[in-house]
Design a protein around this ligand. Structure first.
Ligand code: IPD
Ligand code: CA
Ligand code: CA
Length: 260
């Protein structure tokens, strides 16, 4: 049953990925700002979400959907809910930078059971089903089982983060955390896509990740990838949206000494 949902989610992610590649680096993005000048949306975000929502409604009409662009649809009290970020990494996308992805999760009674993160330009497909491990298929290659980094020292770790869209109005914008942790790690990355950051943690391309003020659609699929790859995702604080730190248990413990 869950495998059937996974296959369906992968097909939707690939279809949305084709929309994104069709507009990528073109002059027809129809870009607009949302909450402020840093928060942008393009035609590819909107069309990807419309496609995914339409496919879910056709196939599973009783399932609820939470999507970044269209909000909540359907019966949120029902058993099944899809959580969709149609294009995570829109700032990268709008600049012609290739780190962007589709993030699709399926929850059953509030528990995430399927997660798909697909980066179409990079041709990387990350998938997880609860209890079945996390996997990555690159291009036409065979799926490889993922395992989080085994590093036990912050000094050898490369960690990533991101910055909230209200960074200019709210001084609680993560720059203090970067200043504290930067001298302690091998390096810090700002990849520009929280879903892809979590996929990188699952596949040990990153040793750790933290960010404040994320939303469910940014992290649902990626969190399952990390936990199914043997990692942990811990909440950093309750007052700033979804604020989390991810990695192996040892590194998460060390990171929490510097980020909050
Ligand atoms: C954003 C990306 C970014 C993170 C922001 C998110 P979007 O999502 O995940 O890395 O720092 O907080 O809002 O807007 O590109 O879907
Ligand atoms: Ca996002
Ligand atoms: Ca998005």
């Amino acid at each position: 049953m869950l495998e059937e949902y996974l296959d369906f989610a992968v097909r939707m992610a690939e279809e949305a990925g084709r929309i994104q590649l069709a507009y990528f680096r073109g002059d027809d993005l129809a870009m607009k700002t949302k909450s402020n000048v840093s928060d942008v949306v393009t035609r590819a975000d909107r069309e990807s979400e419309e496609l995914i929502v339409r496919r879910i409604a056709e196939r599973y009409p009783t399932h609820a959907v939470l999507g970044e662009e269209g909000g909540a649809r359907g019966d949120a009290a029902g058993e099944w809910r899809w959580v969709v970020d149609p294009l995570d990494g829109t700032t990268n996308y709008s600049q012609g930078l290739p780190v962007f992805c589709v993030s699709i999760a399926l929850q059953h009674r509030g528990e995430t059971v399927v997660g798909v993160v697909y980066a179409p330009y990079l041709r990387e497909l990350f998938t997880a089903v609860r209890g079945g491990g996390a996997w990555c298929r690159r291009g036409a290659g065979e799926p490889v089982r993922l395992q989080v980094s085994a590093k036990q020292e912050l000094a050898r770790s490369v960690v990533a983060t991101g910055f909230p869209y209200d960074k200019s109005e709210n001084p609680d914008n993560n720059s203090d955390n970067v200043a504290r942790i930067l001298p302690r790690v091998r390096d810090v990355r700002r990849m520009g896509s929280a879903a892809y950051d979590l996929a990188c943690v699952a596949s040990s391309m990153l040793d750790g990740f933290w960010e404040l003020n994320l939303h469910e659609w940014d992290v649902c699929a990626g969190n399952l990838l990390v936990t199914e790859a043997g990692g942990v995702v811990e909440s950093l604080r309750p007052d700033r949206g979804i604020s989390l730190v991810a990695g192996n248990a040892t590194l998460v413990g060390y990171m929490k000494q510097y980020v909050r």
